[in-house]
Design a binder for this molecule. Sequence first.
Ligand code: HEC
Length: 160
Amino acid sequence: MLRRLTLETVVVAGLAASVLLVIVEGSGPHVAPPRPAAPPTPAALAFQQAQAEAAARAEAQRRQAEAAQAVMQPAEEETILPEGHGRAETFGYCVACHNTAIIRRSHFTRAQWDGLMDWMTEKHGMNALDGELRQTIVDYLATHFGPRQAPARGGNPFLN
Ligand code: HEC
């Protein structure tokens, strides 16, 4: 009786010890397995999409503003032309259709400038330019926008 009891006690104690061991082991510090990333919810996807669209809109606006800035040029003043007799007449008469850049980059002889006045009238509807006003303007143009001088030896041809 005592023997059996002892045997039973040992077995039970052994079992209990094993169970305890398992419990203790199991509750020990352990690292949680990494959770698989949850797929984005429809709301998150919509948010991402909205953000991307907003960024694209902002970029388009920035480009547009840049382009507008490049096109926008400050209005020209008469003083953009070199000082001289006939400047006011030339500026007043010639900037109705285009700015002075087209004039300033030109280098013509007096005869060529004179011919250009007729060309402008015939081809581009400029009011015919006659008499004293024509003289004044053509003289001014020929004086200040005459043919380029040959650059001096060694001179920079781009600076003429
Ligand atoms: C009625 C409108 C008008 C007026 C006013 C006018 N122009 Fe023009 N001009 C034009 C047009 C249009 C062109 C051609 C522009 C082009 O080809 O891009 C032109 C072109 C020119 C050119 C470039 C010619 C070339 O072949 O390189 C010069 C220089 C010029 N104009 C000078 C003048 C001068 C100087 C006056 C004032 C006397 C004047 N323009 C007045 C319409 C005008």
